[in-house]
Write a protein that binds this ligand. Sequence first.
Ligand code: SF4
Length: 250
Amino acid sequence: MTAASPAIVHEVFSSLQGEGPHVGEPMTFLRFQGCALRCRWCDTPAALSHAMTTFRVESPPRSWRFNALPNPIAAEALTEILAAFPDDTIALTGGEPLEQAAFLAEWLPTCQPRRRILLETAGVMTTALTTVLPFVDIVSMDLKLPSSTGMKAYWSEHTAFIEAAVRANKEVYCKMIVTGRTTPADIASAIHLVQHTAPKVPMIIQPASPTATFADAPASAQIAAVVQQCRARLPNVRMIPQMHKQWGVL
Ligand code: SF4
């Protein structure tokens, strides 16, 4: 069997999951480099391009101290790095990890010991998803509302993505980022999509957090209205903010 093509990584560290229904669980975060989208609130702008000659690894794990290593990194070397991390869950994040699906599809089945794999994704690359789904346990997919992101709508991509993940019997949840500009019409479209695709899938409403370049966080009255709008049509709705930013952890 030929070795997997190398990966372009941004960072590896251990922390508590700060988003979604698994909030507070210890995980090892493997952040991949590269994302074709440009959400207005993106809090990992340094992870968007593929041009990253080094990446950082927390060493030792949970120390908040980092070593720099060269990119790209071969599968065997990445497995060796992760062996030092004690968490039983690996969160694949980015950037968009599915941009490196060819690497993941070869590397994930070789990763020992077997750990729970949580995929954090923008939810638009369905073909790439299908190649890694057999090796993924939890799919955390964003619903990218155009009024939130400042980009085009991805309704058909999201529909195909959610269908593929549910069909594969994976744990799936949707995360909808709400900003001060998010419109009720976009929320209604997202509700309609989930209602007609996978109505039992949890809908997590995540208020956008302010960053150095983004100040348009939603007001609390707006968040409450979004929760009500969603709960009127969907059975499993929760508002969960980005807790790692409140805790001040990585
Ligand atoms: S999909 Fe994620 S990584 Fe890509 S621009 Fe949006 S927030 Fe940033």
